[in-house]
Write a protein that binds this ligand. Structure first.
Ligand code: DAH
Length: 335
């Protein structure tokens, strides 16, 4: 026979259960432990069920009293549980927000920001200025045929520029181009005049390295062919360009000689208290046009070859061209 329980015993047990459960719920620190408390008290095999299981031994008229008390307790505990659940959730969120706050005033870990190399920006500025005048960008190969680098440009077999001293020769009539002028020929073979192009690129010469020379350097070629172009167009274009690029830096035009232009000129700018040659230019020689099947009676034009390194050092007052190749960040960060 099961031990006799009185209604008072059961009510007392329910009161005690209420106290214990309330304390346990309030003491939980996360939702997992709260769930354990819920199962422990209200689950199928929980404390409340156990107490209610004993209810069957009470006389029929007493049962509803206990049943009522048990129901109230159940609702009360469910209320406490859901309150506690909300509180814990909010606490967890607050904690997360605090932990993940970004201090926008904190010192950065210092990822350096890169910028354009002065040779690149000089090339881009030159090209941009000519594009603003309606020129298009053209390109040619750095490994070039003898034919394009010399012959088509009216540079004869015995010209000193062809000397082994000046040119890096490869096999099979190939060489490393010594200037960007062969792009003139390549472009005119593919395009009929009128043409206006700028051709930036790398060129090679067997030069000894010093403050103003390097065996690898950069040029921008300029070419305009049209009907009725004369030396005043060349001079006007070059002067307008130099003024935009250098501002008020003193420049001078000097008569010169190139096999592919007639007349020819060179341009010097003031650099470190002396004149520095920065470009060659001239009216395209009729022999070059004829070689391309163009009638020199109809077409004329001008061309120029700009030394990018020299434009760069003159513009920035840099003392030595070699600084442009050494990748010294203390130097490069100034641009
Ligand atoms: N190609 C020449 C050189 O590298 C520079 C030059 C001179 C280019 C006169 C030209 C020109 O287009 O017309 O020395």
């Amino acid at each position: 026979m099961s031990p006799k329980v009185s209604i008072q015993d059961l009510i007392d047990q329910l009161d005690q259960l209420e106290e214990e459960a309330s304390t346990a719920i309030a003491a939980t620190e996360d939702s997992e432990s709260l769930e354990k408390v819920r199962i422990g008290y209200l689950g199928k095999k929980g404390r409340l069920s156990i107490v209610l299981g004993v209810m069957g031994t009470l006389p029929g008229n007493e049962r509803p009293l206990v049943g009522q008390r048990a129901n109230t307790l159940k609702k009360q505990l469910q209320g406490l549980l859901s309150e506690r659940y909300k509180t814990l959730k909010q606490d967890a969120l607050n904690e997360l927000l605090e932990k993940e706050t970004i201090d926008v005033t904190a010192q950065s870990s210092g990822v350096p920001i890169g910028n354009r190399h002065p040779l690149i920006s000089t090339t881009e500025d030159i090209v941009d200025l000519f594009c603003g005048l309606g020129y298009r960008v053209a390109e040619g190969p750095e490994v070039e045929l003898d034919q394009y680098n010399f012959t088509a440009l009216n540079i004869p077999e015995d010209h000193p520029a062809r000397d082994m001293q000046d040119t890096f020769y490869l096999d099979n009539h190939l060489l490393l181009r010594t200037h960007t002028s062969p792009v003139q020929i390549r472009y005119l073979e593919q395009n009929s005049p009128p043409v206006r192009i700028v051709a930036p690129g790398r060129v090679y010469r067997r030069d000894a390295v010093d403050a103003t020379h390097s065996p690898v350097f950069h040029q921008v070629e300029v070419l305009a062919i049209d009907e009725g172009l004369d030396f005043s167009h060349l001079r006007g274009t070059v002067m307008a360009f130099l003024k935009s690029f250098f501002g008020d830096l003193p420049v001078r035009f000097r008569a010169s000689y190139f096999p592919f232009t007639e007349p020819s000129a060179e341009v010097d700018v003031q650099w470190k208290g002396r004149w520095l040659e920065v470009m060659g230019c001239g009216m395209v020689d009729p022999a070059v046009l004829e070689g391309l099947g163009l009638d020199p009676e109809k077409w004329s034009g001008f061309a120029a070859g700009l030394g990018v390194e020299r434009f760069c050092i003159a513009r920035h007052g840099i003392d030595d061209i070699r600084r442009l190749y050494t990748s010294d960040l203390r130097f490069l960060e100034q641009f």
